[in-house]
Design a protein around this ligand. Structure first.
Ligand SMILES: Cc1ncc(COP(=O)(O)O)c(C=O)c1O
Length: 446
């Protein structure tokens, strides 16, 4: 048992070092919890047997402290001969017997089946609850309190980087950066929605009405951020995009126009003309350098910091290409810093295939031509879904279709060694229609 502080006979000990062999009724724990919560103090120590660390007295207070997330407790340490433990049947037990019975049964012993008498006085104490927490100062950011919804976006970065354990080995570590942790579109696109709007705002170029061509995610980001800033948004969506996108966007109050094109970028001319006619601001994610810059300043840099925090230098980074904003910035950052020791791989849909959010390089992208990619990998739409399913079933993460394509590209490369980072742009919840269709097709061909 680790003693943290001591006064008289009562010591402050680590909660985790105490042994819990007794089970106490929930009602008693709740009573102790509200007593401590109300007074914010403890007036009696736990009674702990010195050699075994077993908590004999104040078990309900121990459980209450655990529920209060305290990390320490005041304890009176006593010897075996200073307590008498009796079963209701009258049998007298030693503390060691209790421990043995607990171990054999692999279950806690109901406290109500025992009578416990101390042969010493239990002193009164006055310990503030505040003194029973760890030394870490918990501030607003750690507790995730935000002043407004825009801070929820910016102060939440970095998005998580998680090791995909089931695809890692002794020689290969695979990490996924989860852009779905952005709050508005649950995608990487919140970053550019915010950056393009802030950039236009700082130049005095942000009108009251915003027009944009989008495959959904940028649209949701612009509609959300637009709402927070009192702007109206009209979005032009290709006919190939899942129907549910309209529902999300309408809920956010955006006007939605379905355009008869299969790629978002093909709607640009129409958006530009409409914006000019209606006096709206066309931010244009395909050309706007705020897109590339926000990924360079934040996405790429935070990924590097996250990797460095665990002593990892990346050997390969794989990500999807839509506007090419995030992967071009990541390539530029990592190639500038680590040279060609890091391999940058872009992922595009195979010829004739549709994967929401990504498209083929030859359809026209801006920043990809200013940086270096080592390889571009083709993935079919069914392969992307297979990737989604494999990650869902192995890791429990329901990723989006372009993330599934990124995962499939990793499978195609199948690097056996090194540190590999996969950029997952969003999660799977928007793509129920495509997943449903895939399962339906599979049922039919069985
Ligand atoms: C789901 C999804 N994946 C990937 C991308 C591609 O990202 P980028 O435009 O930065 O190339 C997008 C962009 O729209 C997307 O929405």
């Amino acid at each position: 048992m680790r003693v943290v502080a001591s006064s008289n006979n009562v010591k402050i000990v680590d909660l985790a070092s105490l042994r819990r062999v007794f089970e106490v009724d929930l009602a008693l724990v709740m009573e102790a919890y509200s007593r401590v919560m109300r007074s914010q103090r403890l007036d009696k120590p736990l009674v702990v047997e010195r050699n075994t660390g077993i908590v004999i007295g104040g078990v309900e207070v121990l459980e209450a402290l655990d529920l209060l997330s305290a990390s320490k407790a005041p304890a009176l340490l006593i010897g075996q001969d200073q307590v008498m433990i009796k079963r209701l049947s009258g049998e007298i037990l030693k503390v060691d017997d209790l421990l043995e019975e607990f171990r054999l049964g692999r279950n806690r012993l109901p406290l109500r089946n025992f009578e416990i008498k101390y042969l010493i006085d239990i002193p009164s104490i006055d310990v503030p609850l505040d003194h029973l927490y760890g030394g870490v100062r918990i501030d607003r950011r750690v507790l995730r309190v935000y002043d407004d919804t825009l801070s929820l976006l910016v102060e939440n970065w970095p998005t998580p980087l998680v090791r995909l354990k089931s695809f890692s080995s002794d020689y290969r570590r695979v990490y996924a950066k989860l852009e779905s942790f952005n709050p508005f579109s649950n995608s990487v696109k919140d970053r550019i929605g915010w950056a393009m709007i802030m950039d236009a705002l700082s130049r005095g170029a942000l009108g009251d009405l915003l027009y944009e061509a989008t495959s959904t995610n940028t649209g949701i980001a612009l509609a959300s951020i637009g709402n927070a800033l009192g702007r109206r948004v009209k979005l032009f969506i290709p006919k190939t995009v899942q129907r549910v996108s309209d529902v999300f966007l309408k809920t956010l109050g955006a006007e939605v126009v379905r355009v008869p094109v299969s790629l978002t970028v093909e709607a640009i001319a129409e958006v530009e003309a409409s914006a000019r006619r209606d006096g709206a601001t066309h931010l244009n994610q395909f050309e706007n350098d705020a897109n590339f810059k926000v990924h360079l300043k934040y996405t790429a840099r935070e990924l590097d910091q996250q990797l460095r925090s665990i002593g990892v230098e990346p050997d390969c980074i794989i990500g999807g290409l839509g506007t090419s904003g995030h992967m071009s910035a990541i390539s530029f950052y990592f190639k500038s810093k680590y040279g060609d020791s890091v391999r940058i791989v872009g992922v595009q849909p195979a010829q004739g295939h549709v994967i929401p959010g990504i498209r083929r390089v030859e359809s026209g992208m801006k920043w990809i031509h200013m940086v270096k990619f080592d390889e571009i990998i083709d993935v079919t739409s069914d392969e992307a879904i297979e990737g989604v399913i494999e990650v869902a079933r192995r890791e429990g993460l329901l990723i989006g279709l372009s993330s599934g394509a990124v995962f499939k590209a990793f499978r195609k490369l199948s690097p056996e060694r090194g540190n590999i980072v996969l950029i997952f742009p969003d999660n799977g919840y928007k793509y129920a229609e495509q997943l449903e269709e895939y399962f339906r097709k599979r049922e039919q061909t069985k």
